[in-house]
Design a protein. Structure first.
Length: 234
């Protein structure tokens, strides 16, 4: 059966749509910033078109990226770093739970209104359902983690320490930059959607630049761009 072309009824080319979505999600740019950058390249589209494109194709691109990166799933079970960050939605505090593996790959993002045992347990079950059980789970001192891990019988896998969870703390920074550019979020659903899409695109283009030579970094970047340009191919 032939795969349906997701770009079939769009007048704008798929290359422009992919470029616009990548610029908006990957970099701390507003919709109007993306519109101006495309205009500089001779592409006349409105910021509302960019908004529609990322809503229409963002989750599709994210799912395809995850499917193509399944090969590294086993190594992700070695060590996970879990942390939660505060995010305000219409002035009300919410919590974005995030799981990161030992290489900085974002495994899961999950939004809740609370950070109690129930929320932590739901987050852990969702992450383990997708990625299996890790050998080591690094968390901060939040008691909700300990209670949730006790519930699922994984207390012996938990590690806590003052500096042990820097991997998760540092992984928040790119998302924080995007949050400021977007002037925060208005709905839990939009936050969950953007966090999911941002995590997948971040994983694709994150090459640990400080740990590799210029030659290796350029090669990895070229491979990531080539993979991105192949998303949504009919």
């Amino acid at each position: 059966m032939t795969k349906r072309d997701p770009f079939k009824y769009f007048k704008t080319s798929r290359e422009i749509i992919r470029l616009a979505v990548m610029l908006y999600v990957r970099f701390p740019l507003s919709l109007r910033n993306v519109e101006d950058l495309l205009h500089e390249r001779g592409i006349d589209v409105s910021h509302e078109a960019v908004r529609y494109w990322w809503h229409r194709f963002g989750l599709m691109f994210a799912a395809e990226i995850r499917q193509r990166r399944v090969a590294g799933m086993k190594s992700r079970r070695w060590r996970w770093h879990l942390d939660e960050m505060f995010v305000k939605i219409n002035g009300e505090r919410h919590y974005l739970w995030r799981a990161v593996d030992h290489e900085g790959e974002v495994l899961e993002s999950f939004v809740t209104k609370t950070r109690d045992k129930k929320a932590a347990l739901k987050f852990l079950k969702k992450t383990m359902r997708k990625h299996g059980r890790p050998e080591i789970i690094v968390t901060d001192q939040l008691r909700s983690y300990g209670a949730a891990l006790k519930e699922i019988g994984a207390t012996d896998r938990q590690e806590t320490g003052r500096w042990l969870n820097n991997r998760a703390e540092n992984s928040h920074l790119p998302f924080r930059r995007r949050e400021r550019a977007m002037l925060r979020f208005r709905h839990m659903r939009s936050l969950q959607k953007f966090a999911t899409v941002h995590a997948s695109i971040y994983n694709l283009f994150n090459s640990e630049r400080n740990l590799s030579s210029r030659h290796i970094f350029k090669r990895n970047r070229a491979v990531a761009l080539a993979e991105w340009r192949g998303l949504g191919a009919a």
